[in-house]
Design a protein around this ligand. Sequence first.
Ligand code: AMP
Ligand code: GLY
Length: 434
Amino acid sequence: MKILVVGGGGREHAIAWRLAQDEARHEIFCAPGNAGTAAIATNVAVGAEDVDGVAKWARENNPDLVVVGPEAPLVKGLVDRLLSLGIPTFGPVAAGARMEGSKRFAKEVMDAAGVPTGKAETFTDAAKAKAALPDYGLPVVIKADGLAAGKGVIVAETKEQAESAIDDMLVGNKFGAAGAEVLVEEFLHGEECSILAMVDGERAVLLPSSQDHKRIFDGDKGPNTGGMGAYSPAPVVTEDKLPLIKEKIIMPVVRELKRRGVTYRGILYAGLMVNDENSNPYGPLAKSGSTVNVVEFNARFGDPETEAVLPRLGGDFATALLHAATGRLADEDIVVKPEVGATVIVASGGYPGSYEKGKAISGLADVKDAVVFHCGTKSDGGEVLTSGGRVLSVTGLGATLREAVDKAYAGVSKISFDKMFYRRDIAHRAFERQ
Ligand code: AMP
Ligand code: GLY
């Protein structure tokens, strides 16, 4: 197949890499891609959010499939545009991507579909939002409604923090239009995990579970990031929870969207909070009574979850994506290998705050027993330079989690660049369970 992958991060490198592992040979293009995708695909000089540019390339090159990685072009309607040109495209239309693009809309859909999630209310008026705080106890979660690059969620430990988050969004306009509405949401206790469901409009197949590491420092300390590492499967997602997740969370959303006229095709990513305890486990409001509650939905593959999950898939990945994109997905399309996957993100020192770019990366060719996905890199002559906060994703696969994690870190130890930073405790929650 001739396939275009839209995006230029670790997720898109992992998608292109996994397509290149198929037994069938594909002709793979990435728009814009990065220094890593250049080695396995043809990079096209079109930005991921350039809807006109991608559509123009697709019209001229007529790919068999386009796979859209990031949320911004999904929300901007890139899929609608490509479908109008008759090009099979993996990813939801804009009306479906609202599950990620508007947290208020996602709550509305969940409520209509009876999906277990924290109680929440939406406000445009700061005084009213603050007046609601006592109903939610502490901690309480304040969220910007729209896309805010992962920065629009504040878990407030005190009333003062909650009030200043509300003021930042509604009065200070800190997130622009994305923060013009805020959600005040019940804090959910428990352990988080990610479920990527492949959806074809009618059916869903769950990909293997995974867990991200959102905070910058070891021990889950410091500010939130885009994700500092991941592993798959996540032991917190015990076998017995999978039918619950599919039948009570994923499928009700797919059906509710359908009822509203939206055929959702692509990945529906459920960020879930798992809590198996019996005594008042769900915070002050305990609305849902479920052991699994939805924290958020995303309309795409997770990053870095994808880098840990996709190397575990067998079978023909292009066919699975095409089947989902064209409403023909079957359980057999997803084949899971027994190996465990572990991914360590190598970042620029200073991230998620300010950091320097353009540092020469050495040692990439010395990584032997792990896969290196590029997240934020660019080629400069013969050199690979850093060009983002998250720079590389290093994935190890092993018979056990220990083996997978050790291989990932052995890979990381070969790589160096000025001010390189990474977490040293990836998968700690799973090890603590063992
Ligand atoms: P989101 O951008 O919605 O993924 O939120 C970012 C992070 O904030 C999540 O991964 C959680 O760690 C945390 N979070 C969001 N909503 C809640 C909630 N209702 N209860 C507890 N933690 C939350
Ligand atoms: N890893 C979190 C995300 O992709 O949103």
